[in-house]
Design a protein around this ligand. Sequence first.
Ligand SMILES: [Zn+2]
Length: 164
Amino acid sequence: MSVFSFNATWQAPMERAISNWNSRPTTVFFEQLSISNNTITAGSRVYTWYGLHTAWHRAGIITRFTIDMNSRTISQDATNFSNFVTSVFAHELGHSIWLADNPAGTTANGSIMNHNRNRNTLTTPTAFDVASVNIMFGSTAFNEGSANIIPNWVILKSEEGYHD
Ligand SMILES: [Zn+2]
């Protein structure tokens, strides 16, 4: 993704979301690049979502994505602001690597892609999330979690307007 620079109360938790993904055992690695089509924005939006992920795809490859963070709703609803920002941004990053929203109740272990998760506490992709990514991208690194992992929320195409 492109380099983003916000004030420290946003920058630090957003960078933590990147490192939380990168520290998990997947073959996916996120980084900020000076030249990238994938842009990250934040600001006060009139909409009800916390974060919005928009993707463009062709032939099974995401060719471009944008993530927009809504400072209005996050500031309004967060009890742990830093964790909340990290949770929302990590969720949107999940969309950028083909994870779909994970409906409530489909996993006992929780998921960063679950809209009903506690955003004030869940800031790191879970074993389910890691398994989903590795099924999509392939990996031999994943050996945690249980045999009950059914990544039926992994999608093979992306749409515009995924939100959290
Ligand atoms: Zn979402």
